[in-house]
Design a protein around this ligand. Structure first.
Ligand SMILES: Cc1ncc(COP(=O)(O)O)c(C=O)c1O
Length: 447
């Protein structure tokens, strides 16, 4: 680690900013402040260079500091800084939508813009209920999520989400939401290379909920094709297709939350493409602008869009939903330039080409002390450590070791989660796993 003591850019006062999803008191007593980012690397306020093994938060897919995006943002600001999209418009949003849909499965050919993954999720859930209502099927209001799911922090997202800590402070949440089981089955799938072989039958949980509630009450089921914040869990072989088939059987809309899997993370533009299973609605955000400007997008099928646009339907606003910044010109300019980079550098497929090397490097940690499971697919990885005397303590130790040795991984409890920018080199992949292995080897023996 290169530490430059003259490079201390730590702000004087950390108290006013109430930091999100952060133990504020702990963080502020031992802060990590990033001051610069280039390519695969951050520099922190102490001058240490850190290999970014998480692409920020699964979002800087093309690597940090892309002048082409920066220039597009600056040029857009010269042209028109802001125009809203409420019964008005500007060219960028239309251009971006038309270009975006070309990269997603053919049937998902209409886009609604939001500002974040959470807004995309709440938008998708509202669309699902409103769509059934528009078709005269207004009893379908129930929303089904999955245990261990993360769908952002809106009330809709936490209602279908399955992370207890994100739900328990906030009351009863949306009435009628329910959950199917998660797909993590470590006993049968431990150390899987790629998709785990076991667990497709857990999709049948949806059928149990149909029996319990009645299909005629269920609007949609939402899943992350790959569970992210809930522990980095790959879908079992055949699971997503089974869910698709059940949704078709019972007239339930299938929503894929592709906020982390969209834009190349899985070796194709979307998980839908990589896994060959197409949802009715797809939520995205994050990599859509390479994280430079907040933006989200919800893709829907022509079938859904056309129902709302039916000339026989009531005149006026078809969906009373939207945000001041839906289709913000600067965000759309950033998105268009980001697409240029993804296209020119072949980044949507790069993770597929690196998958073997990535999984070799990840699974080489099998057999290290305390390593309970390793999961890998495309450029996603997770290493589970057996919990020590306090849950999260070992993950924390390894995360800290890596940081101090110049690699920034994301430790979620005792899971080390990896999702580097798609531009990572083979040497950098090796460095990430070597550093994690060295960190594991410094774990104290015993509890
Ligand atoms: C699957 C998924 N959905 C939704 C979100 C929420 O996105 P945002 O933080 O942009 O609101 C996230 C964030 O990590 C996510 O992983």
């Amino acid at each position: 680690m290169s530490t430059n003591p003259d490079h201390n850019l730590l702000p004087d006062d950390l108290s006013a900013f109430w930091m999100p999803t952060t133990p504020n008191r702990k963080f502020k007593s031992d802060p990590r402040i990033m001051v610069k980012a280039r390519g695969m690397y951050y520099t922190d306020s102490a001058g240490s260079e850190l290999l970014d093994a998480a692409a920020g938060l699964w979002c800087v897919n093309a690597g940090h500091y892309r002048p082409h995006i920066n220039e597009a943002i600056a040029a857009q600001l010269e042209e028109i800084d802001f125009a809203h999209s409420f019964n008005a418009g500007h060219p960028g949003a239309f251009r971006f939508a038309s270009r975006l849909v070309k990269h997603f499965p053919d049937t998902l050919n209409h886009v609604f813009f939001t500002n974040s993954g959470s807004e995309s999720v709440d938008t998708a859930l509202k669309m699902a209920i409103a769509w059934h209502k528009a078709r005269g099927d207004g009893s379908r209001q129930r929303l089904i999520g999955r245990q261990r799911a993360y769908h952002g922090m809106g009330f809709g997202g936490i209602s279908v989400g399955g992370l207890v800590k994100n739900r328990s402070q906030f009351g009863p949440l949306l009435p009628g939401s329910d959950h199917i089981r998660h797909t993590h089955d470590v006993e049968r799938n431990r150390f899987s290379r790629g998709l785990p072989a076991h667990g497709a039958e857990r999709a049948d949980d949806l059928e149990s909920l149909v029996e319990l509630h009645g299909a005629e009450t269920i609007a949609a089921v939402i899943v992350e094709p790959v569970t992210g914040a809930g522990g980095v869990i790959m879908p079992p072989e055949g699971y997503l297709q089974r869910l698709r088939d059940l949704c078709d059987k019972y007239g339930i809309l299938l929503i894929f939350d592709e906020v982390i899997t969209g834009f190349g993370r899985l070796g194709a533009c979307s998980a839908a493409e990589r896994f060959g299973v197409v949802p009715d609605i797809m939520t995205t955000a994050k990599g859509i602008t390479n994280a430079t400007i907040p933006l989200g997008a919800v893709f829907v099928t022509a079938q859904i869009y056309d129902t709302f646009m039916d000339p026989e339907a009531a005149p006026g606003i078809e969906l009373n939903h939207g945000f001041t910044y839906s289709g913000h010109p600067v965000a759309c300019a950033a998105g268009l330039a980001t697409l240029d980079i993804y296209e020119q550098e072949g980044l949507f497929t790069r993770a597929a080409g690196l998958q073997d090397l990535w999984c070799d490097a990840a699974l080489a940690l099998q057999g290290e002390a305390f390593v309970d499971d390793i999961r890998c697919f495309a450029l996603i990885g997770a290493i589970d450590l057996e919990p020590g005397s306090t849950p999260g303590e070992r993950g924390d130790h390894v995360g800290r070791y890596c940081y101090e040795h110049g690699v920034w991984v994301r430790n979620m409890g005792d899971t080390i989660a990896l999702s580097p920018p798609l531009v990572i080199t083979e040497d950098e992949i090796q460095r990430v796993f070597d550093t994690i292995r060295d960190g594991i080897r410094t774990l104290p023996a015993g509890g």
